[in-house]
Design a protein around this ligand. Structure first.
Ligand code: C5P
Length: 236
């Protein structure tokens, strides 16, 4: 997939708004500068899935960042519904049973364009959080183990920080996707992101697609920022 993506398709704008009205105003302002949108919990649970369907019908690509995890049958049927909606990317937690069920759900929809991404360990977790949750392994051991399982199960890619992209690439090989948030164009506010990199550094580190939220959504001229990020991706 990475070779077939245009620079514009490598930029995914995070629609972390509270309402679809607000999201649609931004989408109108971005116009043809952006072709790929991410919808997560906040907007997803506030009409975002219907918006996703409208975006797909209008020719855009949609990343549903829903981080699914449940019993296999429930995950399989949920993924089936999301594949029928026409989404292009979907996150699931990297538990082997969950990942296998997600692959089954996607494969049951003929012609689906849906690519499954695994979240190995949430970036808000450190070793103490993992211990508190009952794991005897460190976060980095868990990340390595889960990335390997994702590859073996046939997951299409991994979401990780650009700073981890090289380590993850070594595990999953050259053909799968690496999608990275925590992107900040030089000179922009970092907000609550702790490990940020510029768009060109992320591409050079091996990322296929970049998720960018506030640097675009909170900009005075979101379209101009999006265009300059796409130009930076193209140059990298
Ligand atoms: O506004 P900002 O560019 O920080 O948004 C990044 C997007 O990526 C948000 O939707 C955020 O939830 C998501 N994300 C992240 N870090 C992770 C996983 C997801 O920033 N580790």
């Amino acid at each position: 997939m990475s070779d077939t993506l245009s620079p514009r398709d490598r930029l995914i704008v995070a629609l972390d708004m509270a309402s679809t009205d607000e999201a649609e105003r931004l989408i109108d302002r971005l116009g043809d500068a952006v072709s790929f949108y991410k919808i997560g919990y906040r907007l997803g649970y506030a009409g975002g899935l219907a918006l996703a369907e409208r975006l797909v019908k209008g020719g855009a690509k949609v990343f549903l960042d829903l981080k699914l995890h449940d019993i296999g049958n429930t995950v399989e049927e949920g993924v089936q519904s999301l594949a029928r909606l026409g989404a292009h990317l979907l996150t699931v937690h990297a538990y082997p049973q969950t990942m296998r069920a997600a692959v089954r759900g996607r494969d049951s929809v003929p012609g689906s364009a849906l690519r499954l991404l695994a979240v190995t360990v949430l970036t808000s977790y450190d070793d103490a959080d993992a211990r508190e949750a009952g794991y005897a392994l460190s976060v980095s051991e868990l990340v390595g183990m889960r990335a390997l399982a994702a590859r073996e199960i046939g997951i299409d890619g991994i979401v990780c920080a650009a700073t981890e992209a090289a380590q993850v690439r070594a595990i999953i090989g050259p053909d799968r996707l690496i999608v990275t948030p925590g992107i900040r164009p030089a000179g922009s506010e970092t907000g609550d992101q702790k490990r940020v990199v510029t768009p060109s550094a992320a591409i050079r580190a091996g990322a296929d697609c970049l998720v960018v939220g506030r640097p675009i959504t909170a900009a005075a001229d979101p379209r101009a920022v999006a265009q300059s990020i796409v130009a930076e991706i193209a140059a990298a």
